[in-house]
Write a protein that binds this ligand. Structure first.
Ligand SMILES: Nc1nc(=O)c2c([nH]1)NC[C@@H]1CN(c3ccc(C(=O)N[C@@H](CCC(=O)O)C(=O)O)cc3)C=[N+]21
Length: 297
């Protein structure tokens, strides 16, 4: 029997623990605060940001949301970030990606105070992660790590393949998997658009993390019998549904489920974990900035 890993349920449990930590900080006079900044007209981005704000409310985090028209100059966004960096009630800052083409996303990430960088995208935090001394682990890869642990999947000594090499998922995911630490110690291969014979790499792996952003590109015949499949893809494809789209992963769930020993669904897999780990990082940021210690899960 294939286990369908319930990301929603695991995320709820983590969020309950994170909420206890948030309440403890509030009791000490430090209510954790998260600022989300949206500079985009993209419908999906709006949905994700509002999900993050709702999660704040449910967790006992003070959510602040700011929007900038997408035709504003980059300086307007930088000024907003500078203000949030200076605001002591704001412990975490998230600028929703992607930003408009005329705004240099690298410059945006570098503008955020690294102590408030709850995405973990600032070069200082990337460097710390690679050096084996992470401050904020990026939310999606951290969520995948927690998901594997909760599903009882030991990564130690396993062959893992990460499909995708983005700065926000693929690269940090591979880094966490090779780390000499719990949830790491896997022999890790990173595949991407220039990889020769992806199927061969997938078939000799125990754990597959699909983060390529290509709808249903990994099919059952490409993976090994008994492997664990984590699907990071959130692709909206046109459909006759009420919303006008359907959400599919990078994995063809139907065929992959027939061979995997465990697999995450989309929706309800990695997505909810990403949001739970954003709450986690925000509480961690508040703890680091205030010196009030909490026991995060
Ligand atoms: N600075 C920044 N940080 C991010 O963390 C970030 C970002 N930019 N830009 C976009 C991506 C995408 N992302 C998701 C988070 C949750 C779900 C999620 O919860 N999805 C639900 C379904 C949601 C739906 O119905 O559309 C699920 O998979 O079950 C999806 C995608 C965070 N991102």
């Amino acid at each position: 029997m294939t286990t369908i890993i319930d990301g929603k349920e695991i995320a709820e449990r983590i969020r309950a623990d994170v909420s206890n930590c948030a309440n403890r900080l509030t009791d000490e006079g430090v209510t954790p605060g998260l600022a989300t900044v949206l500079m985009s007209d993209d419908g999906a981005s709006e949905t994700y940001v509002s999900m993050k704000q709702r999660a704040c409310e449910e967790t006992g985090i003070e959510g602040i949301h700011e929007e900038l028209d997408s035709d504003r100059p980059a300086e307007a966004l930088f000024d907003r970030i500078d203000d949030l960096n200076e605001d002591p009630t704001v412990h975490g800052i998230l600028v929703q990606m992607p930003v408009p083409n005329h705004v240099d996303s690298r410059a945006v990430l570098e503008r955020i105070d690294p102590m408030k960088d709850v995405d973990g995208f600032h070069p200082e935090n990337v460097g710390r992660l690679v050096a084996g001394n992470p401050r904020f682990k990026p939310c999606t890869p951290h969520g995948v790590q927690k998901l594997l642990a909760a599903a009882g999947v030991d990564t130690e000594g396993k062959d893992a393949v990460v499909v995708g090499r983005s700065d926000i998922v693929g690269k940090p995911m591979a880094n966490l998997l090779i780390q000499k630490a719990a949830g790491g110690n896997a022999t890790t291969t990173v595949c991407h658009s220039h990889t020769d014979d992806l199927t061969e790499k997938l078939r000799r792996s125990d754990i597959v993390v699909a983060a390529a952003g290509v709808p249903e590109m990994i099919t059952g015949d490409m993976i090994s019998e008994g492997s664990v499949v984590i699907d990071v893809g959130v692709n909206r494809i046109d459909a006759d549904s009420e919303k006008g789209y359907e959400l599919v992963g990078d994995v063809d769930f139907k065929s992959a489920k027939e061979r995997a020993s465990a697999i995450t669904p989309v929706p309800g897999g990695v997505g909810p974990m990403t949001i739970a780990m954003l709450m986690y990082n925000t509480v961690k940021a508040a703890s680091l900035q205030s010196g009030v210690e909490v026991n995060l899960p």
